[in-house]
Every structure is written in C-alpha cells, then in structure tokens.
Write a protein that binds this ligand. Structure first.
Ligand code: GRF
Length: 218
C-alpha cells in the first residue's frame, strides 16, 4: 500500500503533530509524515519530529519581505520534499490565497472550536463568555477565508460550569488528539472527499459517527 506523503506545518508545542506521528507509526496507517516545517526555531514540535526521525526545516517568516514571499518559500519546500497533503498543526500564520489555492483540497487544519462558531484565537475564553454548553474541535479542508472550509471530523466537548479556559482547553485538546489522526486517515484512504462545500464520507463502513462524536466515544 502506498502511503500518502504528508508534511506538517507547525509553530510551537506540536501535541497534535505528536498525535499524527503516533498514528503514522502503525505501518497499516495510510499516511506517513515526510517533513515537518516550522516558522519558529527551537520549538518543541521540531524536537518531537527529530525524535521520530522525521526531516525538519525552519523557514522564519521574519526573513521575508511579505506574506506572499514567505508562503512561496514554504510552498517550494513542501513541493521539494514531495508532500501530497499538508497538515496545519498549530501553525500560527495566516496563509495567502495563492498558497491555499495552490494546495486546494490537499491542505487540512485543526481548530479548537466547533466551526463555524468561534473562528480565530482565544476560542475557549470566548466559548465560556458566550455561555455555550458544548464546544469542541474541527478538522477541515482549508479555504482562503480564516478557519473556513469543508468539515472532515468534529468532536463535541461539554463546557462545565466551573471551567476556565485552561481546563476547557485541556478537554478540547484531548479530543483534538483523537480527531486529527482520524481525519488524516479518512482523507489519506480516500474515504473523505470534498464535494462542493462539504466533505462526503464515501463508504457506509466508514465511521459515520465521526460526524456526531458523542464525547463518550472519544
Ligand atoms: C491546537 O489547539 C490547535 O487546535 C490550534 O493550535 C493548537 C496547537 O497545539 N490550531 P499543538 O501545537 O498541536 O500542541
């Protein structure tokens, strides 16, 4: 079985990257991580990649005149390492339309809310302030608008009355670490395909419950 060649873009801690690395350690998993690229040097995510024997590189956005120039350098590196799919895993840069369209339907992201609610930063603070009873995480194909694009997998997580952003964030993060490998598996195996503005799961034997995701099944 040819495994899909995946590159990950990171900026920091890399706990979602670790979840992907762990999933790819199974030879039966339909994807392998061939490269990890960070825009910040010295971050823990780079250490995680190196520990797993994955090639890494750092491209510092500060070394470029503008966003498009930085994105072109990233694009060049991704193509030179043979990436077929790019996973954003805590990559804290907004990508240009040119980059996003160049990787259309081959670029996925994880976001710590139930999109389309709470796009952007500080999702847990905003969920608590809004008084929602559930929040969660979303893995989606990336479109040029921020935190926009067809949903692949979501998980709902309850908001407890005594939560602060940290306790809620930890609960959501645990769900993220389940959702991202599942989404990658669905995409890499061809079970999740984009049709217009939505992702269809191709097989009835695919885990249909991933669109519902009761917390107790995570
Ligand atoms: C995660 O919460 C992810 O959803 C968001 O950035 C955070 C990255 O955390 N996009 P980590 O680097 O994967 O630990």
């Amino acid at each position: 079985m040819a495994r899909m060649k995946v590159a990950a873009l990171i900026s920091g801690r890399g706990s979602n990257l670790q979840a992907l690395i762990d999933a790819c350690a199974d030879p039966a998993f339909p994807a392998e991580i061939v490269h990890v690229l960070s825009n910040v040097a010295g971050v823990m995510g780079l250490e995680r990649a190196e520990r797993a024997g994955i090639a890494t590189s750092v491209i510092n956005h500060r070394d470029f005149a503008d966003r498009v120039a930085f994105d072109r350098a990233v694009d060049g590196r991704l193509r030179s390492v043979g990436a077929e799919l790019v996973c954003l895993a805590g990559f804290m840069r907004i990508l240009s339309e040119e980059f996003v369209e160049g990787w259309r339907d081959r670029l996925i992201n994880i976001h710590p809310s139930l999109l389309p609610s709470f796009k952007g930063l500080h999702t847990h603070e905003r969920a608590i302030a809004a008084g929602v009873r559930f929040t969660g995480c979303t893995v989606h194909f990336v479109r040029p608008a921020m935190d926009d694009g067809p949903v692949i997998v979501q998980a709902a997580v309850p908001v407890h009355p005594d939560d602060d952003a940290e306790t809620l964030g930890q609960r959501v993060l645990t769900a993220e670490h389940r959702c991202y490998p599942l989404a990658l598996k669905l995409v890499a195996s061809g079970l999740a395909v984009v049709e217009g503005d939505v992702v269809r799961l191709r097989s009835v034997t695919a885990p249909q419950n991933v669109t519902l995701n009761p917390t107790d099944e995570l």
